[in-house]
Design a protein around this ligand. Structure first.
Ligand code: SAM
Length: 277
């Protein structure tokens, strides 16, 4: 019989944030695949668990897959853990999990801490709909595209950021989102846990010599603003038809389009000079 693959969440700071079930699974499995075995050893020592480990991190996940899948096929039960929080969430795990599923191996989540969700629930920003984007790309073009996506989203956005990059990321966000409401959740579950709430400019002022780990929660744009931004993604022709369907006259439509797009109305007028209405 094949073994099972358990995805076990571990604490993101406070060592008490591990479930009774996670402890039981870590005690029972044959092997633990850990992002950093030295890091996980500290947790296992704290829980008084002694277990063989295999290292499986971002740079070797692909190489370790065959070994882990073979062991699962031999009938060994394996737990994947990352350094902190939920494996697969901006952490290794995803590749092994996908491969295990392809091999019809049972994959079992063992829930627990996740910085994104805990930052969100205490942020006070809408939780009904949200988008988790992990870390912003460093590549300039990809980063710009992501920032545009954030600008146009009417859903709450969740970002992760490393401590030494938090200031430059807040600057980039301020540049594109101007004064949007954000919450920085710092050092969750740890002694210096803190929530910094406010407009981007206010939050930036409070970030002197930032230390620790951060999650950034960004309020989505309000519906009217969001609709306006979506209209600006249309061609001018489609934009025109949108207002036409709403019953506006040609003259009014031209004015509205110019306002939405922040351009001179003559620019729009020339495009529709021969249009009847
Ligand atoms: N898998 C983890 C999870 O479930 O949250 C996330 C791992 S990711 C490599 C690390 C990032 O998560 C950090 O840079 C930070 O943005 C966020 N993070 C992790 N622990 C945190 C904490 N205690 N407080 C605030 N942010 C944290």
């Amino acid at each position: 019989m094949q073994g099972k693959l358990y995805i076990v969440a571990t604490p993101i700071g406070n060592l008490e944030d591990i479930t009774l079930r996670a402890i039981k699974i870590l005690k029972e499995v044959d092997l633990i695949a850990a992002e950093d075995t030295r890091h996980t050893l500290k947790l296992l020592n704290h829980l008084e668990i002694s277990k063989p480990m295999i290292s499986c991190h971002r740079h070797n996940e692909e190489e370790k897959i065959d070994k882990i899948i073979d062991k699962l096929k031999e009938g060994k039960n394996i737990a994947i853990v990352s350094d902190a929080g939920t494996p697969g969430i901006s952490d290794p795990g995803e590749v092994i999990i996908k491969n295990a599923i392809k091999e019809n191996i049972e994959v079992i989540p063992v829930p627990g801490a996740c910085a994104a969700i805990n930052a969100l629930i205490a942020s006070g920003i809408d939780t009904k709909e949200f988008t988790f984007l992990g870390f912003l790309p460093l590549n300039k073009k990809l980063r710009k595209n992501k920032l545009e996506e954030i600008k146009n989203s009417n859903k709450t956005i969740i970002l992760y950021e490393a401590p030494h990059k938090i200031l430059s990321t807040i600057n980039d966000l301020e540049h594109i989102l101007e004064n949007r409401q954000v919450v920085l959740a710092r050092e969750l579950t740890k002694i210096h846990e803190e929530f910094i709430r406010g407009k981007l400019s206010e939050v930036k002022e409070k970030l002197i010599n930032p230390k620790g780990e951060f999650v950034i929660i960004i309020e989505g744009i309000k519906t009217v603003e969001s609709e306006k931004n979506n209209l600006n993604l249309l061609t001018v022709e489609e934009h025109y038809n949108y207002y036409l369907k709403q019953g506006y006259e040609k003259k009014e439509i031209i004015k509205l389009i110019a306002k939405d797009r922040n351009v001179n109305k003559n620019e729009i007028y020339i495009k529709f000079i021969n249009k009847e209405n």
